[in-house]
Design a protein around this ligand. Structure first.
Ligand code: OSB
Ligand code: MG
Length: 368
């Protein structure tokens, strides 16, 4: 197969509610959607999960546009490939920029599946026809606001609650949540808000039977996380620190975590995500699929990879309606009693809604 045409679109969509992490708050989501066409006319879709500000990692949707336009699309256009695994070799001259690489690699995987008439989940080797879904709840103005959201998401069937924490919104909040909901599967995500010197404070979380604490320390650290994990009963899960299979190997060798959050964009695409999944599976390390407040296109890729066997823990793949008044795919991603059922159409399985995409597009450019 070979790509003959690629279209980049810059979209701006407003979320239903602002999302607040230890880094700050935002409600307007700007991102890139990529549409690729092969020589037979098959269409594949990818989404860049880079934000408009480099708070989560160093990439932004603008750096992704630059990388795609000037390097990645030219490296791929009209090159004959047999399998999406070959895409990373074509990109090997370019360091990092994983979210940019993943945007176009995802579209290649979608086309690869469609050419065979199978779902993206099947193309990746996924066997499950439904996946378990958790939800990530941002920092709220008051504890009562948080309680009401948990109440609602529990009643909607979500399989685990993830609470964002930061200094000043952590031990006391989690204690109150545990008192009110003694049995729900519960975890906390710090997005790197602490230092190793906070160890005694963090160890207080051990009494709340959390499934894990996600990325408590620096985004570029695996050494201090290992020290913390040795002292903490609660399993540490790494998010920001993991960019590749190599990072995964090193973190596990050091004992920096017991669980890995796999985000397709952060690790440079589905091929690398699958490698990390396989490596963890051989070592009995559970993984789960993180989220980046994606539109339905990115969400569809997350749903597909979550069908692999070692995605044991519920992911942050909440339904479309949790984020958007109207998503850009049909059908929208729906969560039923805490499960998403894998769509049966070939490729990503959800159809891009071109009307709605047009409505949110602020810039568009075609390359061939
Ligand atoms: O750390 O997992 C994270 C959202 C944006 C950036 C980073 C994170 C998150 C979330 C929400 O936790 C995930 C989602 O609902 O898509
Ligand atoms: Mg996280």
């Amino acid at each position: 197969m070979r790509l003959t045409e690629v279209t980049l679109r810059h979209l701006k969509m407003r979320m239903k509610a602002p999302f607040t992490t230890s880094f700050g708050s935002f409600q307007d989501k700007e991102f890139i959607l990529l549409e690729a066409k092969d020589e037979q006319g098959n269409i594949g879709w990818g989404e860049s999960v880079a934000f408009d500000t480099p708070w989560y990692n160093e990439e932004t949707f603008k750096t992704n546009w630059h990388m795609l336009e000037d390097y990645l699309i030219p490296a791929l256009l009209n090159k004959e490939i047999e399998h999406p695994d070959e895409v990373s070799a074509l990109f090997s001259a370019y360091r990092k920029n994983n979210m940019a690489k993943s945007t176009v690699e995802g579209a290649v995987w979608d086309i690869f599946a469609k050419r065979q008439g199978i779902t993206l989940a099947e193309a990746l080797g996924g066997k499950n026809d439904k996946i378990e879904v958790g939800i990530s709840i941002g920092i709220q103005e008051t504890v009562e606001d948080l309680m009401q959201l948990i109440e609602r998401y529990v009643s909607e069937g979500y399989k685990r609650m993830k609470i964002k924490i930061k200094p000043g919104w952590d031990v006391d909040v989690i204690r109150q949540v545990r008192e009110r909901f003694p049995n729900i599967p519960l975890m906390a995500d710090a997005n790197s808000a602490y230092r190793l010197t906070d160890i005694d404070h963090l160890k207080q979380l051990d009494e709340f039977n959390l499934m894990m604490i996600e990325q408590p320390l620096a985004s570029d650290d695996i050494v201090d996380h290992a020290k913390l994990q040795r002292e903490m009963k609660t399993p540490v899960c790494l998010d920001e620190s993991i960019h590749s299979l190599e990072d995964t190997r090193k973190a596990l060798e050091l004992g920096s975590c017991k669980i890995i959050n796999i985000k397709i964009g952060r690790v440079g695409g589905l091929t690398e995500a699958k490698k990390i999944h396989d490596y963890c599976m051989e070592r009995d390390i559970p993984v789960w699929c993180g989220g980046m407040l994606e539109s339905g296109i990115g969400r569809a890729h997350n749903v597909a990879i979550t069908t692999l066997d070692n995605f044991i823990l519920p992911g942050d793949t909440a339904g479309s309606s949790r984020y958007w008044e109207k998503d850009i795919i049909t059908p929208e991603v729906v969560v039923n009693d805490g499960y998403i059922y894998i769509p049966e159409e070939p490729g990503i399985g959800y159809k891009p809604d071109m009307e709605t995409i047009k409505q949110f597009t602020v810039n568009e450019k075609r390359y061939c």
